[in-house]
Design a protein around this ligand. Structure first.
Ligand SMILES: NC(=O)c1ccc[n+]([C@@H]2O[C@H](COP(=O)([O-])OP(=O)(O)OC[C@H]3O[C@@H](n4cnc5c(N)ncnc54)[C@H](O)[C@@H]3O)[C@@H](O)[C@H]2O)c1
Length: 274
């Protein structure tokens, strides 16, 4: 998938990783449409990209709404004639310990981080089936390795990885490529998104955001992740991974799964049970 002269829709394109992905695609010749719940952020981001000579457009969209996503896809088709690349990037963070997380907040993050991706896929696939295309879903390393006190975020990101794995196989025959991006910490404003949760904020929430700020500010630049991600998209690499320092952690998880499978193999083998 060469981005040159292609049309790319990037959700959550108004800031952070979405904007960096749009910039990387735009610098490689794509027309980029930034769709964000924050219209003024999307507008400012599109202006900044235009100053770099990129053909950039913007639209308002809350990915939690299937209707809004469908309308945005229709509007991109009307304005630009096609959608070749969809980047399902919009996402929020929500942590906390089980027993203390409001169910309304759980539904909020599921609607954005998981259903937002589903809404994007459902809206573009009918068009992409005609001419082919590429879907990049932004998950996280938290979709491959869970950390404590991040239940809602872990759950939505594992779901995006699993959904993408099945989707890639389903759509391969339709000339629609799929990749899933799983980065660890990137310097963006993601930690602040937790303060938008529907149940409101406590002092503890403010402390959590401040604690996350320290971790996030030591993350890598969104532009480095974006350049690598678009290289991988062009190479049609399925898992887009970053942060090699976390490989031992992932290996440990996989070794644990294999060890428990070995125990199951022993239990279920007919000789052992006879
Ligand atoms: N920053 C990190 O460390 C990190 C690591 C791994 C994965 N990610 C993922 O990267 C993606 C982008 O996050 P970011 O770090 O750039 O955060 P960010 O908060 O800087 O940017 C997210 C953008 O998405 C928009 N957005 C939020 N909810 C939306 C909605 N319902 N509909 C449309 N737009 C919405 C925001 O307005 C914002 O412009 C997310 O899916 C996030 O989970 C981030």
């Amino acid at each position: 998938m060469d981005p040159k002269n292609k049309v790319a829709l990037v959700t959550g394109g108004g800031s952070g990783l979405g904007l960096a992905l749009a910039r990387a695609l735009g610098l490689r010749g794509a027309t980029v449409v930034l769709a964000d719940r924050d219209l003024s952020a999307a507008q400012n981001a599109a202006r900044a990209l235009q100053e770099l000579g990129i053909a950039a457009d913007h639209l308002s969209c809350d990915v939690a709404s299937a209707q809004q996503v469908s309308e945005v896809v229709g509007e991109v088709m009307t304005r630009h004639g096609d959608i070749d690349i969809l980047i399902n990037n919009a996402g929020v963070a929500l942590g906390g310990t089980s027993g203390e997380i409001n169910l309304e907040d759980w539904r909020w993050i599921v609607d954005i981080n998981l259903m937002g991706v589903v809404h994007g896929v459902e809206a573009v696939v009918p068009f992409m089936r005609k001419t082919g295309g590429y879907i990049l879903n932004v998950a996280s390393l938290a979709g491959m390795h869970a950390n404590p006190d991040m239940g809602p975020y872990n759950a939505t990101k594992f779901a995006v990885v699993g959904y993408s794995e099945g989707l890639q196989q389903e759509l391969a025959g339709a000339n629609i490529g799929v990749s899933v991006l799983c980065p660890a910490w990137i310097k963006t404003d993601i930690h602040r998104s937790a303060l938008q949760k529907p149940s409101g904020n406590t002092e503890l929430d403010q402390h959590r955001v401040e604690a996350m700020e320290d971790v996030i500010s030591n993350g890598i630049d969104a532009s480095d992740v974006a350049e690598w991600a678009i290289d991988c998209l062009q190479a049609e690499r399925f898992y887009i991974l970053t942060h090699p320092e976390f490989l031992p952690m992932l290996e440990k998880r996989h070794q644990r799964v294999l060890a428990d499978y070995a125990a199951a193999s022993s239990y279920f083998s007919t000789t052992d049970r006879a």
